[in-house]
Design a protein around this ligand. Sequence first.
Ligand SMILES: [Zn+2]
Length: 570
Amino acid sequence: MHRSCRSAAHRGRTAAASCLAFLLASCAAQPARDDAPAAGIRVDVPQIRHPDDENAAWWFRDGAAQAAERGAMRGRAKNVILFIGDGMSLTTVAAARILQGQRNGGPGENNRLSWERFPATAFSKTYNTDAQTPDSAGTMTAMITGVKTRAGMLSVGQSAPRKDCAAGLQAPLLSALELAESAGMATGIVTTARLTHATPGATYAHTPERNWEGDTELSDEARAQGCADIARQLIETPFGDGPEVAYGGGREYFTTAEERDPEYDDKVGSRLDGRNLVAEWQAKHPGGAYVWNRGQLNAAHGKLPVLGLFEYDHLHFDYDRKDDPGEPSLTELTRDAIQRLQASPDGYFLMIEGGRIDHANHYGNAYRALTDTIAMSDAVQAATELTSADDTLILVTADHSHTLTFVGYPQRGNPILGKVRGSSGEDGGGGLATDATGLPYATLSYANGPGYTGASSSQPAGPKKFLHNAKEYESANGRPNLTDVDTEHPDYLQESTLPLASESHGGDDVGIWARGPGSDAVRGSVEQNTIFHFMVQATPRLRERLCAAKLCDASGVPVGLPKPDEFKNR
Ligand SMILES: [Zn+2]
């Protein structure tokens, strides 16, 4: 409220009314200040009922409305970087920030991860169209296409049932990376998971089944109906000239069963269709470089495009990278990708995934989940240093939550991976807190997963160790005594309440942190598919490409569902 009007409101109704009239007039005459809350644009969205009326076009329009009403259209971004911490729940973020702070010699709680210094935040609601607790395929489809869909599907709309190839071919969704390619921008994909895994896969592949990573995973029916595996879709993408940078793991799906892996003598590729996709990619891009280790990556300085497959499967957890000195870190890959993409005069779109935070949580191993989160914090820090907030929008988010819990009343500065000391605040006296049966307990635990302490088919009763693969579990007989157990050991598995072979995702919200042009629109509680619309509305080159396809409303907001065919190379 105008300052003179605030005092007028105290003076009486007449003064307040005339002041309101003055205020309306003066607002109409003056353009909005740049540091004022962003002016929103209203997009009408029909009320619908789930499931009958819900469809891809409705989700697209609804996401557009949420971004536009928050002012994303005021953004003037040239470049966009989307960071995904796979499975990076808010609890994972809180615990990782403390671990990083404690490693730097502080109590930890006051520390901030790199993105926790960004000016804008929002909550993201992650459910899939058919799942209360989502998976990485449906969630990445939401973020990268602006449309929510079913669990397990990559950039295909909910009208197709999962695994239905023929229906999936009728419902492809345009990804932000494909849109950027068709708009003449440079694009990049960086992940510590396999390049064919769900999160990176949704940027370039369209498939009703995330597990169709290689040709041998496709069903005979799907092959007969014309579906291509995910690895093939990366090298056959018909949008622009394809990604300039694609870094991750997953050599297995790009090479044939006749070829020995360059890094592991005892491994061969898994393709049985005789197609060496690396060789096909090289033939398509004679000026580019294919690399599989750090030395080759550095030697390819200045080259574009670059395909980097740094592992046979996923890259290592950051903690385990010491066992493979040739494998670049997520920060090295981030720096390299940004520096190559900065050569593009028309801007770039880059997706970077800390892909294994999720895997460590599934294994019930908080140590690796937190250290991989810290590794992503380093990568985000590098990205903020290499780019300017004047022209580069950076979003950091997670695709979904996990069941990691952070509880008890540990005293300030207590080791985050340790046992709870103190009973309340800082006056606990430093002794171990005990549960109602008199046993100590750790600050971190999981609601379910392989950290269950009953005997399993592979480990005895009591605390479990990474890597715990078990087919069967017995009921636990009370809790183990942790007095002499090192819960800070990298291989300790936090206790879990329910035995599950793989700890599950959580259905709670995740965070979005943002910096750069358009980031002031990132606030409140949004549906996850709004993330696409934040990025596209804040980037003139992207939104204008959609308007050129007649998909914008009178205010220039892209509200119509794009048909991928219209954005392919002719
Ligand atoms: Zn997962």
